[in-house]
Ligand binder design. Structure first.
Ligand code: BGC
Length: 728
């Protein structure tokens, strides 16, 4: 009887969250997460606490663990305390299906496509969508969006990240995290920090000065963590200034936990723990222990406590952070209820990202939109008859109907090849075209050119695969440049649709009429491309990453760690021995580098065409304690469209550095004007003062500009600001 009563009281506590069984006071959702964690920890033995601090990698386990989905991470629950099992899934671009063949989760477009929307609202919606799917699929911790800055346009994981700017990336990352966590599950910010290339990621040391780091990669995380409050943060594989990120006390304890007041837990990347020093440095949880040399955060940690080498209070603090994170997001109070997935509705969220994130880079003579053209269309290459390409690695989502192709020559097959999501651009074009639509795969460039010759329009689909564990080349590869050049020579109305994870060089740019960068467009990517090509919606994406003209424009023309020329399929694997990457450009990442060196990229950060035109006017600036601007944007064209005005710092009183200070999206009908106000984020007006350990803004004159991209100062202004300091 007594047992039955306890069961009833506990059930009430779990479902409503407000009533606690007297014996389990931590179940009372009215108490603070910290208080609840403490109440629970009082009852837990050292072994029970340590059980929270290391996780399995179910995909690699021969015998499945009871209750563990086949995914990236699992820690068994402790039912006697009501601690739920921690079920982790990768989710940079949707709930990933590690080890499964096909699935009902909706794949999002690449992160860089999301960044190209410049839309925190859409970032929230896509986070909310994958968070909902995660609950429905039985996951309560998502190893979600990466926030690494695109320091190198060849980083093979840029497609999972949010571009090269700390304000844009951090703001969108924060919004996506909030979206995920709105489902009472935990989101993770990763990979902390400076895992900015894949070549040698487990051995390289990313070397950079403190101020430069705080003003760039760390600023992205600072903004994301401040805005999103993720329950967990994942430390990265690489060393930072010589010390592994997961055992770097400066990074994990001084910056993250002390300076930023981060209250959640730090988990390691899979296989990124090398010693118990990690616990002392600030790592709270060792992930994916099946691939570690040793499970450091189990027996060895217990022995270190017994020997007095690690204080018991340290283990208590580590377990506190894990429990606190779970309590804070409501994981205890809102148990998972698997089932009820609506893939079609979720795919529509993905489609909105693809629609708003594709960037129209060239549109000579108004070749697009195609709606008005009645003649024959020839579609060439890129497996446009099958679907749209996606990125590989742990973030891979493989929906039902996907088609796998072998990876390009020389590239490793991570997760079974190159996955095409089943949304064929060819079908979307056929559904909209007025005349005949022919298709050739482009394997025979001469035949493709001959077919293009007689057509009104030729659309070449060009793809480049990226994957975790591999960096990319700047060339499209696989003979696609020659294919495009040949088709363009045969037909002046040649349009190139790029499906790439990274910027690519375009030796044929002058010869083609149109270029649309569609990135990896996800679940309904083909449909989104069709709508954009035919002008059913405006082209409104803007580049979140600069496109270089040539490799020699980059801070490091050659990718560090490469032992020989990069093979066709990209650089592979983990070179030994360890090597250094000197980030000598400091915080001059991306467009800041081009501005500092007075270089003209192929396409600048922020750039993208619309099907209409906009005029900027009437800039007013406001200085004093903060910087604000107002200005008018007018749609001067004949169609409705969306503009993304951007506010940049050009020069401060004592330092010249271009910085994005603010941005927004404005939808305007033909002839319509809108008065836009933007306020600069205070951290972006300040420099990091190493000696004073704070953000410091000098008094004086700040030159700013407003425009459609980082290289177009449509309106220039200045403001006089008072000196200010800001705590980290
Ligand atoms: C990746 C992480 C991922 C983890 C688990 C690692 O290889 O770097 O992003 O979350 O695997 O799959």
């Amino acid at each position: 009887m007594r047992r039955l009563l306890v069961g009833i009281v506990c059930a009430a506590a779990v479902s409503g969250g407000a009533v606690a069984a007297p014996s389990q006071p931590w179940r009372d959702a009215r108490l603070s997460p910290d208080r609840r964690a403490e109440l629970l920890l009082r009852r837990m033995s050292l072994d029970e606490q340590i059980a929270l601090l290391h996780g399995h990698f179910p995909v690699l386990m021969k015998a499945p663990l009871p209750g563990a989905p086949r995914s990236a991470g699992f820690i068994a629950g402790q039912p006697k305390f009501g601690i739920p099992a921690i079920t982790e899934s990768d989710a940079s671009l949707g709930v990933a299906n590690a080890g499964r063949d096909s699935d009902d989760a909706a794949p999002l477009p690449s992160g860089v496509a999301l960044a190209a929307t410049f839309s925190p609202a859409l970032a929230f919606d896509s986070g909310a969508m994958i968070g909902r799917e995660a609950r429905q699929k039985g996951f309560n911790v998502l190893l979600a969006g990466g926030g690494n800055l695109a320091r190198d346009p060849r980083n093979g994981r840029n497609f999972e990240y949010l571009g090269e700017d700390p304000l844009l990336g951090g703001t969108l990352d924060g919004a996506a995290i909030r979206g995920i966590q709105s489902n009472h599950i935990v989101s993770t910010a990763k990979h902390f920090a400076l895992n900015d290339q894949e070549t040698g990621r487990q051995v390289l040391s990313a070397n950079i000065g403190e101020a430069a780091l705080r003003e760039s990669d760390l600023l992205e995380f600072e903004i994301a963590i401040r805005d999103g409050r993720p329950g967990s943060v994942m430390c990265s594989y690489n060393r930072l200034n010589g010390i592994y990120a997961c055992e770097n006390p400066w990074l994990l304890t001084d910056v993250l936990k002390r300076d930023w007041g981060y209250a959640g837990w730090v988990m390691s990347d899979w296989g990124a723990v090398h010693s118990l020093a990690a616990a002392k440095a600030g790592l709270d949880q060792e992930s994916g222990t099946e691939i570690d040399k040793q499970v450091f955060f189990d027996g060895p940690l217990k022995a270190a406590v017994k020997d007095g080498e690690v204080p018991a209070a340290k283990v208590h603090e580590m377990a506190h952070r894990v429990l606190r994170g779970l309590f804070a997001e409501g994981v205890f109070d809102h148990p998972l209820a698997p089932g009820g997935l609506d893939t079609a509705a979720d795919s529509r969220v993905s489609e909105r990202v693809a629609e708003q994130g594709a960037v129209l880079l060239k549109n000579a003579g108004g070749v697009l939109p195609l709606a008005a053209r009645a003649g024959k269309i020839v579609v060439i290459g890129g497996h446009a008859d099958i679907g749209v390409i996606s990125g590989g690695g742990s973030s891979q989502v493989i929906p039902k109907g996907s088609v796998r192709m072998p990876p390009p020559k020389g590239a490793p097959a991570w997760g079974g090849g190159v996955v095409y999501h089943p949304s064929a651009p060819l079908a979307a074009i056929r559904a909209r075209a007025h005349g005949e639509v022919a298709y050739v795969d482009g394997a025979d460039p001469a035949a493709a050119a001959a077919l293009a010759k007689g057509a009104d329009v030729a659309i070449v689909f060009a793809t480049q695969w990226s994957s975790e564990g591999v960096d990319t080349r700047l060339n499209l590869g696989e003979g696609q440049d020659a294919l495009i050049a040949g088709v363009a020579a045969a037909n002046p109305h040649t349009i190139v649709v790029l499906e790439t994870g990274n910027p690519v060089l375009m030796p044929w740019l002058d010869k083609v009429a149109g270029v649309l960068e569609a990135w990896y467009p996800g679940a309904l990517g083909g449909e989104a491309i069709g709508k954009l090509l035919f002008g059913e919606i405006d082209a409104s994406g803007r580049l979140p990453i600069s496109f270089p003209k040539r490799e020699d424009q980059l801070p490091r023309p050659e990718l560090p760690g490469l032992k020989s020329a990069m093979p066709e399929g990209g650089a592979t694997a983990q070179p030994e021995p360890p090597f250094d990457v000197a980030y000598a450009e400091g915080s001059d990442v991306g467009y800041r580098w081009y501005a500092a060196k007075d270089l003209k990229p192929l396409f600048p950060f922020g750039y993208g065409l619309s099907y209409t035109a906009f005029r900027y006017g009437g800039l007013k600036t406001l200085g004093g304690q903060g910087l604000g601007v107002s200005f008018t944007v007018t749609n001067t064209g004949a169609r409705a469209g969306i503009e993304t005005p951007q506010l940049y710092l050009a020069r401060g009183p004592h330092r010249t550095q271009q910085r994005l200070l603010g941005f927004t999206r404005v939808a305007l009908k033909p002839g319509e004007s809108h008065r836009v106000t933007l306020t600069a984020d205070p951290r972006l007006l300040a420099d990091w003062d190493v000696a004073g350990h704070r953000w410091k803004r000098d008094a004086g004159r700040y030159e700013v500009f407003v425009g459609p991209d980082a290289a177009d100062a449509a309106l220039k202004g200045e403001a006089v600001l008072a000196a200010a300091t800001l705590a980290p």
